[in-house]
Design a protein around this ligand. Sequence first.
Ligand code: HEM
Length: 130
Amino acid sequence: MTLAVAGLLRSLDAFFMSPAFYSILHVFSLLVLTGFTFYAFAAPAECRKKVMIITGIASLLMFISGFGLITKLQTGFPTWIIVKLVCWLGVSALAGIGFRKRDKAGLFMAIILALIFTAVVTVYRGRFAV
Ligand code: HEM
């Protein structure tokens, strides 16, 4: 029994330290951050605290998983990572703006989409060297 448990713990440890786990966490937290950032433009004011907590945690997990990927894939800090850090900072900073700037919803949603698009392009451009 103990051998089986030890084996299970070893494989769990290997998975939670793997690039696959960091990629899953990275993309999932990106989806949560994006979803709740847009929700903020339509959510009732009383949801503000909950939305800010969720986007804050998602933004932090994106950052941690991003550095996990940098470490595991040994990417170093090429320009595309710096570009992504700027995009992440921009999206995270705009996470709660939906509650304060409803009158400029269209503008801020376009800026957030442009930041996310830029970050996604840099990843695949970097990875496929196109
Ligand atoms: C708005 C900001 C960001 C977006 C939209 C974004 C999106 C993505 C996506 C879609 C992937 C590909 C996942 C896959 O196919 O495996 C990825 C990979 C990656 N991201 Fe991000 N990311 C962002 C911010 C960051 C930040 C802040 C960091 C570093 C701290 C980071 C570091 C990485 C690394 C190292 C990879 C792996 C690249 C590779 O496989 O060659 N990302 N990101």
